[in-house]
Design a protein around this ligand. Structure first.
Ligand SMILES: *[C@@H]1O[C@H](CO)[C@@H](O)[C@H](O)[C@H]1NC(C)=O
Ligand SMILES: *[C@@H]1O[C@H](CO)[C@@H](O)[C@H](O)[C@H]1NC(C)=O
Ligand SMILES: *[C@@H]1O[C@H](CO)[C@@H](O)[C@H](O)[C@H]1NC(C)=O
Ligand SMILES: *[C@@H]1O[C@H](CO)[C@@H](O)[C@H](O)[C@H]1NC(C)=O
Ligand SMILES: *[C@@H]1O[C@H](CO)[C@@H](O)[C@H](O)[C@H]1NC(C)=O
Ligand SMILES: *[C@@H]1O[C@H](CO)[C@@H](O)[C@H](O)[C@H]1NC(C)=O
Ligand SMILES: *[C@@H]1O[C@H](CO)[C@@H](O)[C@H](O)[C@H]1NC(C)=O
Ligand SMILES: *[C@@H]1O[C@H](CO)[C@@H](O)[C@H](O)[C@H]1NC(C)=O
Ligand SMILES: [Cu+2]
Length: 247
């Protein structure tokens, strides 16, 4: 039990949302059809804009070639160190009747057996929860990993999108770090259709994979977990209890 608490606390796992009494959800269950409630934010506040991201580091999540849905979500730190640029391409999506399709950064990586459920919930270091849905006019209030909530649903196939997200980070040590996590593609009812891990493909602005380090992150921010451990553990304990219940 103690290790479960530690795991939940460390991963920022959040399955509960206290803002909507009685509405507990874990992704994969039927969706909550409510509207965004402006101002709804995380228990730990709004997401911070990420700065000093290692320059031009790229992580790329490529969907397995064995699946019917193909494509990738590539994430490159912006050259000014603030936020991450996403290049998304998806094709082979099923019938539009199952859409609009959603994709998110999930907290855990995909295990070797490809089980998308094991990636757990969305990347949510501020413990916002899934509901009410993200208000995309206030992206700092959304779950960090809720990319379609912030940047738009997938309504066509093939689908392509490019955008900057200021709340995701390529800096290891931060709760908003995506490099050790995964992407999941969902049907509108949240069923997980495909998933893939982010892999480091480039660590310099020259897009070489040789590992040359042109990064200049001399003022790396403190790890997110360092400052709010008390709150974090108590909420983590609640989440861990729920995990134990659900499993
Ligand atoms: C990501 O991977 C896909 C397919 O594997 C590739 O086509 C794309 O160029 C890659 N993007 C980056 C930025 O590495
Ligand atoms: C950094 O670059 C990104 C992408 O161009 C931009 O959205 C953001 O506003 C810039 N931030 C600063 C502080 O210049
Ligand atoms: C997939 O992972 C979930 C969560 O870890 C687990 O409950 C489920 O049994 C796994 N499914 C398979 C087929 O291994
Ligand atoms: C991913 O990295 C973050 C930041 O370094 C860390 O807090 C988290 O525990 C890691 N998650 C996994 C699944 O390793
Ligand atoms: C995106 O799709 C979800 C699931 O169908 C839906 O709840 C949400 O309202 C859609 N968002 C937008 C902006 O259309
Ligand atoms: C959700 O959609 C999938 C297809 O993407 C379907 O197989 C499943 O039965 C649906 N689940 C619910 C609860 O409607
Ligand atoms: C990497 O790019 C920088 C400027 O963008 C350039 O000055 C440098 O020579 C490049 N290094 C290599 C190994 O190509
Ligand atoms: C890469 O980083 C190592 C250790 O931080 C340093 O010794 C080396 O000089 C760096 N190389 C380049 C090309 O910046
Ligand atoms: Cu998801």
């Amino acid at each position: 039990m103690h290790s479960a608490i530690a795991l939940a606390a460390l991963s920022g796992l959040a399955l509960v949302n206290a803002q909507v009494p009685g509405a507990t959800t874990i992704e994969g269950s039927p969706t909550y059809d409510g509207l965004p409630v402006p101002g709804t934010t995380g228990k730990l506040g709004n997401a911070a804009i990420t700065q000093h991201n290692p320059q031009c580091v790229t992580y790329n999540a490529t969907l397995p070639s064995t699946g019917s849905i193909q494509g990738y979500v590539a994430a490159t730190a912006n050259a000014n160190g603030t936020g991450v640029f996403f290049n998304v391409f998806l094709t082979g999506l099923p019938s539009e009747s199952l859409g609009p399709f959603l994709y998110h950064i999930h907290d855990q990586p995909v295990p070797a057996d490809g089980n998308c459920t094991a990636t757990e919930a969305h990347l949510d270091p501020y413990i916002r929860g899934e509901i009410p849905p993200c208000d995309n006019t206030q992206p700092e209030t959304c779950q960090v990993g809720d990319l379609t909530g912030k940047h738009g649903n997938v309504t066509i196939s093939p689908f392509a999108a490019q955008y900057s997200d200021l709340y995701v980070s390529t800096q290891a040590g931060l709760g908003s770090f995506l490099g050790n996590r995964s992407i999941n593609i969902h049907s509108a009812n949240t069923t997980r259709l495909a998933c893939a891990n982010f892999e480091l493909v480039s660590s310099s602005c020259n897009s070489s994979t040789s590992g040359s380090n042109s990064t200049t992150s001399t003022t790396a921010p403190k790890p997110f977990l360092g400052s709010a451990s008390t709150t974090f553990v108590s909420i983590g304990a609640v989440a861990a209890g729920l995990v134990a219940f659900l499993l």
